[in-house]
Design a protein around this ligand. Structure first.
Ligand SMILES: *[C@@H]1O[C@H](CO)[C@@H](O)[C@H](O)[C@H]1NC(C)=O
Ligand SMILES: *[C@@H]1O[C@H](CO)[C@@H](O)[C@H](O)[C@H]1NC(C)=O
Ligand SMILES: *[C@@H]1O[C@H](CO)[C@@H](O)[C@H](O)[C@H]1NC(C)=O
Ligand SMILES: *[C@@H]1O[C@H](CO)[C@@H](O)[C@H](O)[C@H]1NC(C)=O
Ligand SMILES: *[C@@H]1O[C@H](CO)[C@@H](O)[C@H](O)[C@H]1NC(C)=O
Length: 487
């Protein structure tokens, strides 16, 4: 018994000790399955940070170019994010008097989130009349133009709330109950307001808005008169009624290059519900793209939403993403889910500058102070600097790896992260049609959890037998670029 015990049990005990420590190294296949549509780009919404910091050239360089900038109290090197999309918020506030009434502001809304609107009253729809003041909101506009001069080529006009005087209670944060606050009699004025801004921007600012989004999380129940920001609830049936009216006002103003996007719901679930209520007929006739926010995090019907849009030949944007994890890991995990399942053609971060957790750069809008870039900033840089407009996203067999090919330059970009224990990640290119020869260099960049490597150049590795590999410590994000690849 003793002899058998030692021969049989000892190896089992040995395995029991070793197996949990061993790790299965991961191999990821880069497939030829293409996401619908070419990549359009990466963006940021301008309200509210640009309302405060809109005159800053250094920030424009950091967000809208790929230059390296020495910046912040640590004078660290920030790799420019090279964003090429901005979302400009049509404000809802003014100090004008309309029919004896003035704006009814929530006591909770800070000045930095009261965005000045251009149409002071409903007296005259003509943009050159005294009903309009085109000098307001100078900071947000300033940042939009700085972005444009640095290469931003896609612009979206969006609305958090219609002008206050169009609303039932004159409060641009919402109704008392959180229900609809724009009476149907004012739908046309909301449509005139947005399409007139787009027309004026084209004629006077040199900005052609690619899309107008008339809603912001419209199905949500939290847009109330006591709110902390501008917001306005629209039942999905109200969204459906307003969209054709906006379309008509856009046609009247000759905005042929501008589509309507809808409806920027907060979650994938709410987006699917509103999309189904708006109906295919209205979407096919008047809407050009599905926009959705990414606040549902890891859950929600991403793929069903993609299919709903694709069914009628439309694309999807994740038009607003934010979370309060400054490490960037939550952002990266959700963004990778988006790329694999929602399959947007663009992805837009909410605030470039915000308080702890939320901002890419830490800052305080109320006190107009800036601190430093977050780890999240550097993790995002891996994507915005390497998945470029015009590239084709291809699917991979791992949820922690995304990939895109530039069919003109034949460059493959792979961005991968490891949130498990240290392991070797292998990237198998054998499914692709043109694969570089053994010994071909793979350029790489790395951000590690310790933060001593922040989007740093890493050693080049080489292609071996149609693949490449490298060791990833826990929390490491890496980008790889290899030339000579076609799908
Ligand atoms: C910031 O760092 C760069 C690179 O080390 C250096 O050239 C520059 O002088 C520094 N600026 C300040 C204000 O310290
Ligand atoms: C202001 O009053 C006039 C005259 O009653 C009316 O036609 C107009 O719609 C009112 N404007 C608003 C914004 O309610
Ligand atoms: C991408 O690949 C993964 C893993 O093979 C698969 O589960 C997923 O369905 C694919 N995505 C699409 C949209 O085909
Ligand atoms: C990490 O570990 C989990 C659970 O063990 C596993 O399902 C997953 O595939 C691993 N991910 C990677 C990137 O190795
Ligand atoms: C990696 O290769 C590039 C050319 O592809 C070269 O410019 C760079 O110096 C190399 N870096 C290292 C660390 O070997």
């Amino acid at each position: 018994m003793a002899a058998i015990f030692s021969r049989v049990v000892a190896p089992v005990a040995f395995l029991w000790l070793i197996l949990p420590l061993a790790h299965a190294d991961q191999t990821t296949k880069i497939t030829t399955d293409q996401n619908p549509g070419a990549w359009e780009g990466w963006g940021v919404s301008l309200a509210w940070w640009a309302n405060v910091f809109g005159e800053r050239d250094d920030l424009a360089d950091i967000f809208f170019t790929k230059k390296s900038t020495y910046w912040g109290p640590g004078n660290e090197t920030l790799p420019g994010l090279g964003l090429n999309i901005v979302r400009y918020n049509a404000g809802a506030c003014s100090s004008s008097t309309v029919n004896g009434s003035t704006i009814s502001l929530s006591s909770q809304i800070p000045v930095s989130k009261q965005i000045a609107g251009y149409w002071l009253d409903g007296v005259n729809a003509h943009p050159q009349s005294s009903s309009w003041d085109w000098t307001v909101d100078a900071n947000q506009r300033s940042m939009m133009l700085k972005a444009k001069s640095r290469g931003t080529n896609i612009f979206e006009l969006f609305s958090n709330s219609p002008m206050w005087w169009q609303l039932n209670n004159h409060n641009p944060s919402g109704s008392a109950s959180g229900g609809d606050n724009l009476p149907p009699s004012q739908y046309q004025n909301h449509a005139i307001y947005l399409s007139t801004i787009a027309k004026y921007a084209h004629d006077h600012w040199g900005v052609t808005f690619n899309s107008i989004e008339p809603f912001n999380e419209p199905a949500a129940s939290w847009w109330k008169s006591t709110g902390t920001q501008e917001g306005c609830h629209f039942d999905a049936s109200s969204q459906k009624a307003l969209i054709p009216i906006l379309h008509r006002e856009m046609q009247i103003r000759g905005l042929a290059k501008t589509i309507i996007s809808a409806s920027d719901e907060n979650s994938f679930s709410a987006a699917l519900s509103s999309w189904n209520t708006i109906t295919e007929e209205v979407e096919k006739t008047y809407v050009g793209r599905m926009n959705v926010h990414g606040y549902q995090g890891s859950s929600g019907p991403r793929y069903a939403l993609q299919q709903a849009a694709r069914n009628i030949g439309q694309g999807v944007w994740d038009s607003e993403y934010g979370d309060n994890d400054a490490s960037g890991d939550t952002l990266l995990q959700n963004l990778m889910r988006d790329i694999q399942f929602l399959q947007p053609t663009a992805w837009v971060h909410w605030q470039a500058i915000d308080g702890p957790g939320w901002g890419l750069i830490l800052g305080n809008l109320a006190s107009k102070s800036l601190t430093s870039a977050t780890h999240k900033y550097f993790e995002l840089a891996h994507l915005t600097r390497h998945i470029l407009p015009g590239m084709q996203i291809v699917n991979t067999t791992s949820t922690n790896v995304v990939s895109a090919v530039d069919e003109k330059t034949k460059t493959l970009a792979v961005i991968a992260a490891n949130w498990n224990t240290t392991q070797t990640l292998t990237f198998d290119l054998s499914a692709l049609s043109q694969i570089p020869a053994d010994g071909t260099r793979v350029r790489s960049w790395i951000t590690n959890r310790a933060g001593d490597k922040l989007y740093a150049r890493a050693d080049n590795i080489t292609i071996t037998e149609k693949s490449f590999s490298t060791v990833f410590e826990t929390g490491t994000v890496m980008t790889f670029e290899v030339d000579g690849v076609t799908i």
